[in-house]
Ligand binder design. Structure first.
Ligand SMILES: [Zn+2]
Length: 223
């Protein structure tokens, strides 16, 4: 939020933890990954050697590098720059409508949605772009929405140590919209409340009111 940008900033480093999910050493080669895509093309019923599909395996593998970049990132690295001297600011900080793209771990189908993050600072705040990076580290992995919600909230609580963290996630799941029960407009809402957001109903209510969550249904209806 704008409030953050105006705060006088000074960098400091919170304790970093081993929070990454670095890829293990038995990662297959790029050629092996491209071969696996050719297998899936054949399984779908097409010929991976026809002209229109010749470069597809290489493109898919490059797309995977982006979609799953989160495995090679440590969220602690993104949250190391926090800002102290918040000029006595001790009110809630809320960032709404962070877009994310993820993939479900059951079908590898896309999940698209928005994430809303709130926290009550304890002496220090974090730059807004860092919250977006935190979301991307966990979104760019194979996920369930529930797990991603918990990971984002728990990591922010652990690394920033605020008085509390609140995370609400909206998600439209490709595995539900385009296959299975085919619910094109259904969206899932998940949340995790920690610290004062869990313990104090009025704090939780203030956060949820700031989200104005009936926008969620308007957003979903417009898709
Ligand atoms: Zn799925």
């Amino acid at each position: 939020m704008n409030t953050l940008a105006r705060l006088e900033a000074r960098s400091t480093s919170p304790a970093a933890g081993a929070t990454g999910a670095k890829i293990s050493s038995n990662r297959p080669s790029r050629a092996e990954a491209e071969q696996a895509v050719r297998t899936l093309i054949r399984w779908a019923g097409d010929d991976p050697m026809r002209e229109g599909l010749l470069d597809t395996p290489a493109r898919v593998v490059r797309a995977y590098q982006h979609w799953f970049a989160g495995y090679q990132e440590d969220p602690a690295e993104h949250l190391q720059r926090t800002f102290e001297e918040v000029a006595g600011y001790d009110e809630m900080v809320v960032m709404r409508d962070i877009d994310y793209q993820s993939h479900c771990e059951h079908h590898m189908a896309p999940i698209n949605g928005r994430i809303h993050i709130g926290y009550l600072p304890r002496n220090r705040v974090v730059g807004i772009s860092k919250l977006v990076r935190l979301v991307q580290v966990y979104a760019r992995r194979l996920q369930t929405q529930e797990k991603m919600t918990a990971q984002i909230a728990d990591t922010l609580q652990r690394l920033l140590a605020p008085q509390g963290v609140a995370v609400v996630v909206e998600g439209s799941h490709g595995c539900m919209t385009s296959r299975g029960v085919q619910q094109a407009k259904a969206t899932m809402l998940t949340s995790r409340m920690l610290g004062v957001f869990r313990d104090r109903p009025e704090t939780r209510q203030e956060f949820l009111a700031a989200l104005n969550l009936d926008r969620a249904s308007r957003w979903a209806a417009g898709r």
